[in-house]
Design a protein around this ligand. Sequence first.
Ligand code: SOE
Length: 388
Amino acid sequence: MQHYKIGLIGAGFMAKAHSMAYASMPMFFWPAPGIPVRQKICDITIDRAKDAAAQMGFSEYTDNWREVVNDPDIDIVDICTPNNIHAEIAIAAANNGKHVFCEKPIAMTSEEAAQMLEAVRKNKVKHMLAFNYRRTPAVALAREIIAAGEIGEIQTFRGTYLQDWSADPNSPLSWRFQSEVCGTGALGDIGTHVIDMARYLVGEFKAVSGELKTYISERPIQSSNVDALGTVKASGDVPKGPVTVDDEASFSIRFQNGATGSIEATRNAWGRNNYITFEIHGTQGSIYFNYERRDELQVCYAGDPGNRRGFRTIYTGPAHPYGEGLWPIPALGIGYSETKIVECYDLIKAIAEDTEVSPDFHDGYRISLICEAIEASNANGGNWVPIP
Ligand code: SOE
């Protein structure tokens, strides 16, 4: 069985999720399409890198990402850094013939994303973006139901991604609030997950009209570089710095196939934690999904007798997408980890079998164009902006 050596750059919470998936994937999907080997990990200081190697099971560590992309032993470069260095790392890795797996959003601008796409295509390496939520079995089941025409032609998509970790003004000014490091705020960080699902389920966007708002304009400056996602609050008289990204993105969508839609994304919604939802209405029925109940897909069929019509709940299990590898009984519990394990399986399979995998850098590029169109619409008072 082929082994693939992973070089992982950035050792925060996403690195933990990816490392867990590399370790677990063959336990779920066996025989595995290939075995990911946790070879080398990189973080911003050598002490942090050493610690991360011990914690996440890597044989080697470094504080210089170029040592990862230049290492002839590494097969796959996995990018879990802040957004402003995705492009430089991905392009260098692709030019060295490495497959590239990158956290979302793909890059700071669509121009950078286009350069990344060009590099992976030119070097004929596999490329994948970590929009993991589409790999929730219930979301993949929604796609199967739609593709089979079971709810007819899609007319509307309503999506949300609501969290509350930044609702407290004392939640510190991590890189996620600094436009020079992250590009956009809620829009790029979490709105893009729902854009990915909308494209996956309904189709390509034609135009958007939207608004971006920043409610908390300054936050306490962090004493460390570590992004604690609001769990470590500033106390006392800590100096503040400006927030230069959106807290909230809300926009309407015209899909190329004639459907319409809307998405709202914020990290300031008290009481909402990872509230990713979508409701899709078709001419023959409807689908509803809520990630906080992610084992379940709710489906309503118009063809049911009127006095019995309503949403039915399907608990995903062995009969549903990815069921062959995940748990043998529906409702045992699908979690964030399972989505990352499935993602890892699809990546390794695509490399081993030399097939396409999505979402890829082309999807990332398209999503960057959509985000830029939402920013342009916000700047011009909410007018509709076509996606190039
Ligand atoms: C913070 O909003 C965050 O970690 C996002 O960056 C991730 O993409 C999401 O999956 C969970 O929340």
